[in-house]
Design a protein around this ligand. Structure first.
Ligand SMILES: C[S@@+](CC[C@H](N)C(=O)[O-])C[C@H]1O[C@@H](n2cnc3c(N)ncnc32)[C@H](O)[C@@H]1O
Length: 282
């Protein structure tokens, strides 16, 4: 058993680090399997694992490379660490690695590449362009910790009970049963330009996706599944969930905005289909 508590091994946009306590407070005292259909960095899963709350888990994300990396970390952490040992923190090495096509790499090498680029790139965030190519420039970190054996081994162990799915959020309907717990952390409804968002079909998570997600949440709720969901405190979110769910507004510090003046506290909703106060531990 690893003595280290697992922390996310990738930095991900929308990472839930500072909201963890609020999520934990609202976690049902007892549940069957845990489902997280928008996995990202997986901060909440690792927190629940640390607390011994996970027996069975289904973690999913539409990003194939992310899920593939999670699988390799679960199954072959030593091999990834051995690969990372051969890597060098130089600009030339970074761009050589960035240029590689992950689809043509072996899973272990691909996972090592993803971890390395995530930890050494500008702002330490993973982002791909419309062609699916990682396009973030070299970051100016002095000593990035891309090889962290203690944490990677702890994470690998924590992922042991998890089934990993490269699938859209709809697929949770095929898996979740009464008494299970589902936490959704989707790409958020934009706070500033919601009116525009509703009529514009950009790439990415659209207005229609937000409506389909609400419908999935409702159907799970009817099935007797505990549902918790995060989204921005936008009027559209209140409109979508206000009738059937309980909304609590919380403030979260977000640092992903490129414009430093726009970083700061942004309101967001934590949405549940169960009244939190009524959940008693027994
Ligand atoms: C806000 S992030 C999740 C953050 C994560 N919970 C954490 O703590 O780091 C949203 C994730 O949803 C994924 N995603 C986008 N559209 C999706 C879809 N239709 N189905 C499933 N996942 C999707 C993205 O790849 C991204 O990893």
């Amino acid at each position: 058993m690893s003595r280290i508590t697992p922390r996310p091994f990738l930095k991900w946009v929308g990472g839930k680090g500072q909201l963890l306590n609020k999520l934990i407070e609202r976690t049902p005292p007892r549940f069957g399997a845990y489902h997280e259909p928008f996995l990202g960095g997986g901060a909440f899963y690792f927190a629940l694992q640390r607390m011994g709350r996970i027996r069975e888990a289904h973690l999913a994300d539409l990003n194939w490379e992310l899920i593939d990396t999670f699988r390799s970390v679960r199954d072959q952490p030593d091999q990834i660490l051995a690969r990372l040992e051969t890597f060098r923190h130089t600009e030339t090495f970074f761009y050589d690695m960035r240029r590689k096509n992950p689809r043509r790499m072996k899973p272990v090498n691909r996972a090592a590449r993803m971890i390395f680029l995530n930890k050494t790139c500008f702002n330490g965030l993973y982002r791909v362009n419309q062609k699916g190519k990682f396009n973030v420039p070299f970051g100016r970190f002095k000593n990035p910790k891309y090889r962290d054996p203690d944490n990677l081994l702890a994470v690998s162990e924590a992922l042991n009970p998890a089934k990993l799915h490269n699938a859209s959020f709809h697929s949770v309907m095929d898996r979740a049963k009464a008494g299970d717990f589902v936490y959704f952390d989707p790409p958020y409804v934009p706070v500033s330009d919601t009116a525009n968002f509703t009529c514009y079909q950009a790439k990415g998570f659209t207005y229609i996706d937000q409506i389909m997600l609400r419908d999935v949440a409702r159907q799970l709720s009817e099935r007797g599944v505990y549902v918790m969901l995060s989204n921005s405190a936008a009027p559209l979110v209140r409109e979508l969930y206000g009738d059937n769910f309980i909304l609590t507004e919380i403030k979260a510090r977000r640092n992903v905005n490129r414009d430093a003046s726009k970083r700061g506290k942004v309101g967001e909703y934590l949405i549940t289909n169960y009244p939190v106060g009524s959940l008693t531990f027994s």
